[in-house]
Design a protein around this ligand. Structure first.
Ligand code: HEM
Length: 495
């Protein structure tokens, strides 16, 4: 009888000895990092569950350098060389990990969630053309964005004397822009019409499924059995309005030639209706929070007293560009405005909408990164937040928002090498040119007409970064700004 406890104790001892042996003999032990990272990933998970992963990993980089072991088989890097190796070697870098399974839609794999490189390349060949800059700057797609930027400016005008929640309005703007690019003429108008369109945007934007989805990722078996018990504390992602909207929009057979839907429906690609809808829903979700949050953090920063001189300089450039374009002409083209370009780059450097680690597996045979030999199967990643801050020769005073650093021709190549907001290589952001056009046209519409100031009830805590699965949003999920028409604020300036 007493043999059973003895056997259990021996089994436990054997397990502990095995874990210790593995931890002490791991080839990753040469990589700097906290001692506990050799034995457990629990500390990392704790920070993930508390929506703090990005800052936790960054603190480790500040303490241990550009290569840091963050879990027994996971290493984070922050150098340009690591970015090149992990995300660009062989064209599209190392394979994605199963983390991306969390983003599957309608049970299908999309371009974003495909783990296999060849499958990804096949899907990308179909899609890339719709997001090429040459397609974005064609008159119809661009006019669609400019029209939505004008609607945003109308909301600003209506708010004069009070304030506007730009967190909500910028997500509405990003939603309307991306659905225009996906489905025109069946895009949304959540900015001015509200109603059902606004309800869809809110459903996606205010999603609160981080803990549930992390639990599913880290403990899939337990999640299968416990998901009903979890529900009251940690809700799963549920977006029925968005799901139906996309399925309905994909039924329409009159989509404009510049849209993604038009491209995906070409019979030569052999995609079934659910594949098409899944791809569109994925891009819709990818286009709302990213552009919405990036613009929100950026406009908040521009509205701070410490950044007022940058806001003034931006206004001056945009007013000059508008005058040069002539009275009554539409918004001037987004190029030819270097200060605006610098403001956007610096916004994305300081507040990359996806600031977190983009995990990949070291391929068979292992690889050497930053001088460290890593066995196949190790999870490696870079996070934009740290790549943009760790090298203080390239980005001096890295936590300060200073668009003018991008105007200095010296060091330009190094800055661009470390700029990782849209990732890099074959799996970098396909929506980059769309996002940049949306950001520039919106800033142009706002800052050629208004000065923005923070509303008195806003706090720094409202604007703290709160990590989601991969993106990060302001913790308070509100951002109240006051819009002062430019002529008035200029008069104030002269007082
Ligand atoms: C400021 C705005 C944006 C930022 C900062 C951003 C950033 C990123 C990043 C970092 C990735 C790589 C993610 C990874 O490897 O895990 C990515 C991928 C992607 N983004 Fe964006 N994005 C933005 C806007 C958009 C927009 C507007 C769209 C589409 C309408 C879009 C669609 C996608 C898609 C489909 C992928 C997957 C690409 C692939 O796997 O080949 N993004 N984005």
């Amino acid at each position: 009888m007493f043999l059973t406890p003895l056997l259990v104790s021996l089994a436990v001892l054997a397990l502990v000895a095995h874990a210790l042996y593995q931890a002490l003999s791991s080839p990753l032990n040469r990589i700097p990092g906290p001692l506990y990272s050799r034995f457990t990933s629990l500390v990392l998970k704790w920070h993930e569950f508390r929506a703090h992963r990005t800052r936790y990993v960054h603190q480790l980089h500040l303490r241990y350098g550009p290569a840091v072991r963050i879990a027994p088989s996971e290493v984070a890097f922050a150098s340009a060389g690591a970015v090149r190796e992990i995300y660009c070697s062989g064209g599209s870098g190392f394979d994605k990990t199963e983390f991306y399974d969390l983003f599957r839609v309608y049970g299908r794999r999309t371009m974003f969630t495909t783990l296999d490189k060849d499958q990804h390349a096949r899907r990308k060949r179909i899609i890339a053309d719709r997001y090429a800059n040459s397609n974005i700057v064609r008159p119809k797609p661009l006019a669609g964005i400019a029209e939505r930027a004008a609607k945003f400016a109308q909301r600003c005008t209506e708010s004069v004397g009070g304030c506007l929640d730009i967190y909500v309005c910028l997500h509405a703007y990003a939603f309307d822009c991306v659905t225009h690019h996906l489905f025109h003429p069946h895009g949304t108008d959540s900015l001015l019409q509200g109603g059902k369109d606004e309800a869809i945007m809110r459903e996606v934007t205010f999603d609160d499924s981080l803990q549930n989805r992390l639990f599913k990722h880290h403990y899939p078996t337990a999640h299968r059995f416990l998901h009903k018990l979890l529900y009251p504390f940690a809700k799963p992602r549920e977006t029925p309005l968005a799901d139906h909207f996309v399925l309905d929009s994909c039924d329409a057979d009159d989509s404009a030639p510049f849209t993604l839907l038009d491209r995906l429906r070409e019979p030569a690609h052999g995609l079934d209706p659910l594949d098409i809808a899944a791809e569109c829903l994925d891009h819709m979700a990818a286009g709302i929070d990213t552009t919405g949050d990036a613009l929100c953090f950026l406009m908040w920063e521009l509205s701070q007293p410490r950044s007022m001189r940058y806001q003034r300089e931006l206004q001056r450039e945009l007013r000059r560009a508008r005058r040069a374009a002539g009275p009554g002409s539409p918004a001037p083209a987004a190029d030819g405005t270097p200060y605006l370009e610098a403001v956007v780059l610096e916004g994305l450097r300081c507040f990359p909408a996806i600031p977190m680690s983009l995990p990949r597996y070291v391929p068979p045979g292992g690889r050497t990164i930053d001088g460290y030999r890593l066995p196949a199967g190790t999870i490696v990643s870079c996070q934009p937040y740290s790549a943009h801050r760790i090298d203080t020769d390239v980005f001096p005073n890295p936590d300060a928002f200073n668009p003018e650093r991008w105007l200095d021709p010296q060091g330009d190549a190094d800055r661009k090498r470390l700029f990782f907001a849209f990732a890099n290589g074959g799996r970098g952001c396909v929506g980059k040119h769309l996002a940049l056009a949306e950001m520039k046209l919106l800033l142009q519409a706002v800052y050629s007409m208004f000065t923005t100031l923070p509303e008195a009830t806003m706090t720094e805590a409202d604007m703290e970064m709160s990590d989601q699965l991969i993106s990060s949003r302001p913790a308070g999920q509100r951002c109240l700004l006051r819009f002062v028409p430019l002529h008035e604020s200029e008069l104030l300036d002269q007082e």
